[in-house]
Design a protein around this ligand. Structure first.
Ligand code: GLN
Length: 199
């Protein structure tokens, strides 16, 4: 008899849009786990890094001792999904100014790319291999990917700008897939987590 263990997906719980991600994880029949300390990462099959303010989230993960453990988990193959500020956290390089944070994905990002007049908007975009049609993407002071290395797959663009990418088990979106009731991005991430769980 084989016992199926529910896939456990963590949601980084230091700042930003946490509860909406928790709901989406439930809606795709995975078990959400709030992550605030390194111990919370044990037994996870994936981790979502929500949107919010990347500088603040970057400071808090260092303060709570999560910085190294998240990097080590990702290096061990655990899937990560960064949305908006989470995408900035994952990038190897942040254009213009500050030091990168987790620096796990081979992309350069630009913060607050869509200008003041378009601080927040919704656009229907095609997300390759995920949306099978259009996905309602909510952008809030969103970043975009300025440059991506060869190993990075571009999943979506808007106005010629890259807004979703995947590099092996690392997934990132400039928009907020947790702010509509569409669960396709979370469903896709759950499959990455299941692949990791099966290893
Ligand atoms: N503008 C924010 C930053 O640079 C990201 C915005 C968001 O996550 N909605 O960190």
């Amino acid at each position: 008899m084989s016992v199926t263990v529910t896939v456990k997906i963590g949601v980084l719980n230091v700042q930003g849009a946490v509860s909406e991600h928790v709901d989406h994880v439930k809606w795709v029949d995975a078990e959400p786990v709030l992550v605030k300390h390194a111990d919370d990462l044990v037994d996870l099959h994936g981790l979502i890094i929500p949107g919010g303010e990347s500088t603040t989230i970057g400071k808090l993960i260092r303060k709570y001792g999560l910085f190294e453990p998240i990097i080590e988990s990702a290096q061990g193959g655990m899937p990560l999904f960064g949305t908006c500020a989470g995408m900035i956290l994952l990038a190897k390089k942040i254009e213009g100014h500050e030091e990168p944070h987790l620096a796990l994905m081979d992309v350069v990002v630009n913060r607050n790319s869509f200008g003041r007049q378009r601080e927040s908007f919704e656009a229907d975009i095609e997300v390759q291999g995920i949306s099978d049609g259009l996905f309602p993407a909510v952008f809030i002071r969103a970043p975009h990917v300025v440059a991506a290395d060869q190993g990075v797959k571009v999943l979506a663009t808007l106005d010629g700008r890259i807004v979703a990418v995947q590099q092996n088990h690392l997934l990132a979106a400039a928009f907020h897939p947790e702010l509509t009731e569409d669960v396709r991005m979370h469903g896709y991430f759950k499959r990455l987590a299941e692949q990791y769980q099966a290893k």
